[in-house]
Design a protein around this ligand. Structure first.
Ligand code: G6P
Length: 484
């Protein structure tokens, strides 16, 4: 039994096969686990999640000093719940239908079944009066399912991706049970104020509830219960990443990367999961035209890391083909022996290598068509300890609300995107420093630890700014005060 229960779609560890055929677990480095580890330790917490494969459910175990409970997925559930409802229904729907969402009743049934399994595990692990924190779109039914079994616990939910406008959300045949699932929480957190507002609207339209400011009241057997919806923009472990970027090995590696490129002119960088929300094709189109127009000087190089993701889902396969065709066209048309304008890496890299790439890239291109936050933008900023470098950032990311020093772009406007890249590349050192300093201030002051403590303070009903967190009085750069 634990006083603090994190329920996330994935465990913060990866299963690795040992040489002797056994299994061990390696911590997957992520901001979320870094932020929650201290809280987990202090409160004797447990993390419930999926191990990422269709092997046997690991059940409760301990790895790297963390108490974990692994929930397993059968091959059918992997197809219908994970690839289907999570990533071919909800993901495109919540990202403004960039790809058409597919609605299948069998997928929905699997979503209900898997959410129930997570909820049961959470109800079993929670001590009396515990705090249960449920994460992301894969588990939207869990708050209400936990509440039905355990009315004594406090339940928080945080959505890491956007919550769409009602006109889009309304397409979902199961819009009402999804909203009712979320309403099991005491506090529903979102990346941006607009997401929280969209959720409140869905409460009114899909369920017919009245909302008052950031609060919704639902009728329950013993009276009414209040749910708060608010924005808590997530962040990264800025200090930890800056330290990594400061290490001799990483700095040496960044020099090696640049040397390996020959004598590059400008080095631009893109880092994304290979996902259609990320605007990779728009970025390549703009960059390809800039190379053709010779507006980026002699021999510019774009390093594009596109880490493999959801590879059996059709829209991801199509995107991969399109990206690879476009990279091939640009390199074919404008490359020379010993020079390729695009260095495309369909791979994942460890944190140190990523930090070296962030140091090697003078201009970072973050051009999603829609993104809940985009932590890559914040990671780039955290790594630039010498305050050089420029960030080109899509308006359609949560990060754009906070990173006022970026060159903001509409990625659909290829002409505007090209101009912004040229401007970012040609910023004078004084202006570049001013912009980077402002962004670094924001990212270091609002790191992931502060995000977690402000959410947990709000969930426990502490008044604004009472504890170490304090995001409550200074929400995103747009000047919004919390709540809403
Ligand atoms: C986004 C989601 C996460 C998800 C991650 C990777 O960041 O918000 O919940 O875990 O993508 O996607 P995957 O399908 O590999 O878990």
């Amino acid at each position: 039994m634990h006083d603090f229960v994190v329920v996330g779609s994935r465990l913060p560890v990866d299963r690795v096969e040992d040489a002797d055929g056994g299994t061990s677990w390696r911590t997957s480095p992520g901001g979320l686990v870094t932020a929650l580890e201290p809280v987990m330790r202090e409160a004797g917490g447990v993390w419930i999640g999926w191990s990422g494969d269709t092997g046997p459910a690991p059940g409760p175990f301990r790895a790297n000093d963390l108490d974990l409970v692994g929930v397993g997925l059968t091959p059918d559930q992997f197809r219908d719940y994970y690839e289907g409802f999570c990533n071919a229904t909800l993901w495109p729907l919540y990202h403004d239908v960039i790809a058409p969402p597919q609605f299948h009743r069998r997928w929905w049934d699997a979503y209900v079944t898997v959410n129930r399994r997570f909820a049961r595990a959470a109800a079993e692990q929670a001590a009396p009066g515990a705090t249960v924190w449920v994460h992301d779109y894969q588990l939207q039914l869990v708050p209400q399912m936990v509440r039905e079994q355990r009315s004594d616990v406090r339940i928080g939910f945080f959505n890491h991706i956007p919550f769409p406008g009602y006109e889009i959300f309304a397409q979902l045949p199961w819009r009402r049970p999804v909203v009712e699932g979320l309403l099991g929480a005491d506090l529903a957190g979102f990346q941006r104020r607009a997401d929280a507002t969209n959720f409140l609207r869905a409460c009114r339209r899909a369920v017919g509830l009245a909302t008052r400011g950031p609060a919704v009241r639902v009728a329950e057997p013993g009276g009414t219960r209040k749910i708060q919806a608010a924005a808590f923009p997530i962040s990264i472990d800025a200090k930890g990443l800056a330290e990594t970027a400061r290490s001799d090995d990483v700095r040496k590696r960044a020099v090696e990367v640049r040397e390996a490129l020959g004598e590059p002119g400008l080095v631009l960088l893109g880092v994304d999961r290979l996902d259609y929300t990320k605007g990779i094709l728009h970025r390549l189109r703009a960059y390809g035209e800039l190379v053709a127009d010779e507006r980026l000087g002699r021999r510019p190089v774009l390093i594009q890391v596109a880490s493999p993701s959801r590879e059996r889902v059709e829209a991801y396969q199509t995107l991969r083909d399109e990206v690879e065709v476009m990279v091939g066209r640009i390199n074919g048309a404008y490359g020379e022996v010993g020079y390729a304008p695009v260095h495309y890496l369909h791979q994942s890299f460890p944190r140190e290598e990523m930090a070296a790439l962030y140091l090697a890239g003078e201009v970072m291109l973050v051009t999603p068509l829609r993104d809940g936050m985009n932590l890559v933008a914040k990671e780039y900023v955290a790594c630039r300890n010498d305050e050089t470098g420029a960030l080109v950032l899509s308006e359609f990311t949560g990060a754009a609300d906070e990173l006022a020093g970026a060159f903001l772009v509409n990625p659909h406007d290829i002409g505007g995107l090209k101009d912004a890249i040229v401007r970012a590349a040609n910023t004078g050192p004084a202006e570049a420093r001013r912009r980077m300093r402002a962004m670094r201030k924001r990212v270091f002051e609002h790191d992931v630890a502060r995000w977690a403590s402000s959410f947990l303070d709000a969930l426990s009903g502490k008044p604004a700014g009472s504890a170490a967190g304090g995001l409550l009085t200074s929400d995103a750069g747009s000047g919004d005060a919390w709540p809403l």
